[in-house]
Ligand binder design. Sequence first.
Ligand SMILES: NC(=O)c1ccc[n+]([C@@H]2O[C@H](COP(=O)([O-])OP(=O)(O)OC[C@H]3O[C@@H](n4cnc5c(N)ncnc54)[C@H](OP(=O)(O)O)[C@@H]3O)[C@@H](O)[C@H]2O)c1
Length: 291
Amino acid sequence: MSKKLAFIGLGVMGYPMAGHLQKAGFSVQVFNRTASVAEKWQAEFSGAACATPAEAARNADVVFVCVGNDDDVRSVVYGEQGVFAGMKAGAVLVDHTTASAELARELSAAAAQRGFQFLDAPVSGGQAGAENGALTVMVGGEESVLEKVLPALNCFSKHVGWQGPAGSGQLAKMVNQICIAGVVQGLAEGMQFIAQAGLDPERVIGAISQGAAGSWQMSNRWQTMSRGEYEFGFAVDWMRKDLKLALEEAQRNGSRLPLTALVDQFYGDVQAQGGARWDTSSLLTRFIPVK
Ligand SMILES: NC(=O)c1ccc[n+]([C@@H]2O[C@H](COP(=O)([O-])OP(=O)(O)OC[C@H]3O[C@@H](n4cnc5c(N)ncnc54)[C@H](OP(=O)(O)O)[C@@H]3O)[C@@H](O)[C@H]2O)c1
């Protein structure tokens, strides 16, 4: 693949992801809705900040997008200033936003109509994964297109996995969120039980994290949970967006997600008590309020 890329959306995730691409030797043109962020990025990485998504996409071989939700993606892709208006024939649009599988299928068809290619490529690994270039990327679309863009994806990933046709990356990300929801609620209940029983969390977690109960959430979140710290990490608002996507998709494909639906409501309780931007481990605050 050639060296010219575009990146749209320099948020918590996009900013460092685009930075890794520029540092790896690609020439990256960026767009961010709030222009000052793009200017800061340009000063830090010496890529090029552009005034519109179309301008950023011009002459790029691959255009990456990482914004908030389905409508945000549509607003940077379509229209006179959207990336489709600037992309050249044969270029690839890679959407890293966690969005619906329906949007992925829509964009795949819209891209094909215009002579472009499309991959849905949501990520997991959080802010630390993006900053350390250690994300996991779940990809939907044509496998041959993934092979083409793989050298770029590898700049910020430790694992890139093809999942199937357009939309399959988003479906895989839904599985990721479904699994996390249950694990975090279980950990919150365990941490509550430790407190009520008067046990020492360090001793308990030190023992059980090595066995079958161990999880990424347990190893990385028990200390902050026991201190009641939640002002960091993956926000409850984002998690509710993702669980809504999973619950809607389950209605379509006939999956039953009783635990996911329940934990989604619990996150609603956390939002109601002011925790919309708290880390997802804040499920514990339903049992042990923050001081
Ligand atoms: N944060 C995580 O730990 C994490 C982990 C895995 C996946 N994700 C997913 O990755 C995506 C991005 O997350 P993030 O944490 O980077 O979000 P973020 O920090 O809130 O950044 C969102 C970015 O999208 C831009 N944006 C939002 N709506 C837009 C619109 N309508 N038009 C143009 N630009 C728009 C924002 O521009 P402004 O600067 O102008 O607001 C910003 O650059 C989300 O889908 C999220 O679910 C996040």
